[in-house]
Design a protein around this ligand. Sequence first.
Ligand SMILES: NC(=O)c1ccc[n+]([C@@H]2O[C@H](COP(=O)([O-])OP(=O)(O)OC[C@H]3O[C@@H](n4cnc5c(N)ncnc54)[C@H](O)[C@@H]3O)[C@@H](O)[C@H]2O)c1
Length: 257
Amino acid sequence: MHINELYDLENKIVLVTGGAGKFGRSIVEAFAEAGSQVIVSSRSMEKCKELADCYTKAGYKVDVIVYDQGSHESVLDLRKSIKEQFGRLDIFVNNAFSLPMLHYTDPLELWESSMKINGTGMFDIVREMAGLMAESGGGSIINISSMKASYSPDFDLYEGTDMDSPPDYNFHKAGMLGLTKYLAKKLAGQNIRINSISPGGLFANQQKEFLTKYCEKVPLKRMANNDDIKGVVIFLGSNASQYITGIDILMDGGLHS
Ligand SMILES: NC(=O)c1ccc[n+]([C@@H]2O[C@H](COP(=O)([O-])OP(=O)(O)OC[C@H]3O[C@@H](n4cnc5c(N)ncnc54)[C@H](O)[C@@H]3O)[C@@H](O)[C@H]2O)c1
């Protein structure tokens, strides 16, 4: 197959959850620029619509379906709407994440809220979207995890700032890697590949003390930028990675090399 054909994503139906968020926007942009029909999904119609309108005006195919990952009914509605409006799903980028906890000492209610959306809800949506993909012959799922799935937070980075690293984050991101491996074997027979990406910190105007220390520690001397994830999702979504399933790509500028 010609290399352009292997990377061809023209008219693929792509769902990006949390698509109006920081990483989500770059992922939406990548698939839109590749000629795919992108569905941006999160809880806020306003934010998703603003993003979709911007790409639609520029001639790209970006639509919105809102959902709440904390509700099974909402996940089922999302599956139904995709089927009705687009007929199938080819690529699912499992990117949404809720951050109810901010600190180790936060009340258990916040851990439970995180569990509902990032644990139960994350499994719910991946199982439903895999079911939808299977109906039309398969596809590719990309789980957005984090370097914190495999490495403990560097608490030194947060000293002198009001930033912190909550415990549920490492818990869910590590679980996502385990689920990726489980599903790689479970779904292979339905022609569904599933892989994950573990990014390092994305630049988002963090406090200066944090930025200076973080960039000093990273061999590439910077945080992730908005372009860094684009090539990785295109590779994992396309046939360029057709013999790859069940793996994780660490995208941390060499921090854990
Ligand atoms: N930003 C980083 O430095 C970084 C680093 C590594 C990994 N990640 C991962 O990248 C992904 C995106 O992170 P981000 O930084 O862009 O976060 P973000 O907060 O900007 O975006 C998260 C998105 O998830 C959506 N969301 C939250 N709860 C939801 C719910 N109940 N139902 C539906 N949607 C819901 C939000 O509306 C938002 O659009 C996450 O999985 C995160 O763990 C981020």
